[in-house]
Design a protein around this ligand. Structure first.
Ligand SMILES: [Zn+2]
Length: 373
């Protein structure tokens, strides 16, 4: 182990690794959380190759501070452990070895196994963490975010389910309605068993069962000019799943004033539309730019004109996707665009939206708390 650079990476058998471990060498398992759950070597440190490759500092903090500590890397066979050893060598670790044959050989030899320390979040969000644009930082941003879902109906159902599954930190759902049988053709957040219950109560049961790591606040009230400000406090993104103009204009105006991104959606029979208004950007158009109140007609009610149940499913799912992008900053949001779709003809169109200089909402002075830009 000369001082003039990287030392060669040794290879040790599983039996040797077990013996070296007893002498103080660290076993580092670089497989994935799903693989760890099949059993790890006793006292092994679990740190995935993806975390090492992403240079995830939070995860890498668990590595020994002393770069002379003997570290034996193990994966399922030995490919990933070779790669991980190279990464550790770059980090300055001088005493590295790869366990030949990996955990497959470990099990063949009947060496001891134990369950990994439970990291429920790492396993639950594993498929997110594998995404190249994602990593721990996007998951962390999502976990730190508070989303307000207005309505627990056709749009709110998929939106709340996917945001909860995705691991948004705090979800508040506001709705004053109760579950009816005619809702269940599209409002998949509810069930035959929760008929007659307040929608927020029904929603809370389903959402908590899906992901108990998410903080859930349910508010059984109608969103009004008197109640909205308290609900917007500390919220990072608002999803509007309401079905009436009064609520849409109110939510739009208050979000615009406070600089809170708003994701709007609406459905009609086989058609839907979704737009994001990122009010963190000063030139963002708003809902009233798109539909000036003077020309607006009350939306057709599903109970009168009907709606294909899948349509709010698609629109609400797109809302969840928009919220995730607005929170994490990955990809391109629909900000400044209106996405329209027609499922009967399978047509999707993305139209450019511009701020309307005559818009009554946008031309008002911002009165809310100043947000850092
Ligand atoms: Zn406007």
């Amino acid at each position: 182990m000369g001082s003039e650079g990287m030392s060669a990476i040794q290879s040790v058998s599983p039996q040797q690794a077990l013996a070296l471990q007893a002498q103080g060498a660290l076993m580092l398992d670089v497989r994935t959380p799903a693989e760890w759950h099949t059993g790890v070597a006793p006292k092994a440190l679990c740190l995935s190759l993806a975390s090492l490759l992403n240079g995830d500092e939070q995860a890498c903090q668990s590595l020994p501070a002393d770069k002379n500590t003997p570290v034996m890397l193990v994966c399922e066979t030995s490919q990933r452990s070779q790669q991980a050893a190279g990464l550790l060598a770059q980090r300055g670790y001088r005493n590295l070895a790869v366990v030949s044959g990996g955990m497959a050989a470990w099990r063949t030899h009947g060496l001891p196994l134990e369950q990994p320390p439970v990291d429920e979040a790492a396993l639950r969000y594993d498929r997110h963490l594998r995404l190249p644009q994602w990593g721990h930082s996007a998951q962390q941003k999502l976990g730190d975010a508070h989303v307000l879902m207005v309505g627990a109906g056709g749009l709110g159902s998929p939106a709340a389910l996917y945001l909860t599954a995705a691991g948004v930190g705090h979800l508040t759902v506001v709705d004053d309605d109760t579950v009816e049988l005619s809702n269940l053709q599209r409002q998949v957040l509810h069930s035959t068993e929760t008929l007659g219950q307040p929608k927020v109560k029904s929603a809370a049961g389903q959402l908590h069962a899906l992901n108990p790591l998410v903080k859930l606040t349910t508010v059984e009230q109608r969103l009004t000019a008197d109640t909205i400000d308290a609900l917007l406090a500390g919220v990072d993104v608002v999803l509007d799943g309401s079905d009436n103009l009064q609520t849409r204009y109110l939510v739009n105006e208050r979000c615009q004033q406070r600089g809170i991104p708003l994701v709007y959606a609406a459905v009609f029979q086989f058609e839907g539309q979704v737009a994001s208004f990122d009010f963190r950007q000063p030139d963002s158009p708003c809902y009233a730019c798109l539909f000036p109140p003077s020309q607006a007609a009350e939306p057709a009610n599903c109970s009168q004109v009907g709606v294909l149940g899948v349509v709010p499913g698609v629109a609400g799912t797109l809302q969840a996707s928009e919220a995730i992008k607005l929170i994490t900053g990955i990809g391109e949001s629909l900000s400044g665009h209106l996405l329209t779709f027609d499922l009967l003809e399978n047509r999707f169109r993305r139209l450019v939206l511009k701020k309307d200089a005559r818009c009554a909402v946008c031309s008002k002075q911002t009165i809310g708390p100043q947000r850092q830009s």
